[in-house]
Design a protein around this ligand. Structure first.
Ligand SMILES: NC(=O)c1ccc[n+]([C@@H]2O[C@H](COP(=O)([O-])OP(=O)(O)OC[C@H]3O[C@@H](n4cnc5c(N)ncnc54)[C@H](OP(=O)(O)O)[C@@H]3O)[C@@H](O)[C@H]2O)c1
Length: 221
């Protein structure tokens, strides 16, 4: 059995993706900072007969990510799919004229350094099994910077560039890298905006291996 590691696993998209991949036979590593919450999500999955466990690094601490992914591999099985989708903090979303260089440290550690640490930890295992998928999930500000969400806009740009470079570098090794852009609020009441329907898109990105960037819906005009 291989594993999907979901970095940023909460009750929203994280759990929906966990269920979607578990249904297909994946073990699930649920990764977020709060042990009780990831343990509760893992227990829900285990009750349904799936293999799952919770891990609690802070994505702003690269060593903690490496350690968590190592443990997940030992305890659940090799990581075939890594999803990087932690929910950015509200404090990263400030208007541009109120944002200092110090305000960018958190968002960049969160979206760039954390993503690099996670990908670099997962890639050798994917090479060992001969294939894999790295999925990056971002809001619309990753492709259209928003003046009121400066930290995430700047940091998502770095994450997007890194992910696209990885896509090009790994394409010949049967490791697919994709980025899903979600330009709306998840579970905002629209049926196509549900966590479950986004999880289906992520499953399709894993199985169909299409373009690097996929839009859950076109950006508003
Ligand atoms: N929610 C939306 O409306 C929306 C809209 C567009 C795009 N997105 C994207 O969708 C993904 C999130 O989906 P969701 O909102 O449904 O979230 P979710 O799966 O319900 O939860 C994400 C989890 O990320 C964890 N997290 C936050 N900071 C972290 C850190 N420093 N280290 C480790 N884990 C951390 C949080 O758990 P802890 O607090 O326990 O760490 C949180 O439970 C993100 O990629 C986001 O950019 C969301």
């Amino acid at each position: 059995m291989t594993t999907i590691a979901i970095i940023g696993a909460g009750k929203g998209l994280g759990l929906a993706v966990a269920r979607r991949f578990a249904r297909e036979g994946f073990a699930v590593a649920l990764v977020a900072r709060n042990q009780d919450r990831v343990d509760a999500l893992a227990a829900e999955l285990r009750q349904d007969g799936h293999s799952a466990a919770g891990y609690t690094p802070n994505v702003r601490d690269p060593e903690s990510i490496r350690h968590a992914l190592e443990r997940a591999t030992e305890e659940l099985g090799p990581i075939e799919v890594l999803q990087y989708s932690p929910l950015p903090a509200k404090e990263y979303m400030r208007p541009v004229l109120e944002t200092t260089e110090a305000d960018l440290v958190g968002p960049i550690e969160f979206s760039v350094y954390g993503a690099v640490a996670a990908a670099r930890q997962a890639i050798p295992g994917m090479r060992a099994i001969g294939h894999g998928t790295l999925l990056f999930v971002n809001g619309g500000s990753a492709v259209r910077p928003g003046g009121r969400v400066t930290g995430t806009s700047v940091a998502f740009a770095g994450e997007s560039a890194y992910a696209q470079l990885l896509h090009d570098a790994l394409a010949d090794e049967s490791i697919h890298v994709g980025q899903l852009i979600i330009p709306f609020g998840i579970d905002d009441g629209e049926p196509t905006h549900s966590g479950d329907s986004i999880a289906d898109r992520l499953w399709a990105m894993h199985t169909d291996r299409g373009d690097f960037r996929v839009y859950a819906e076109p950006l508003p005009a």
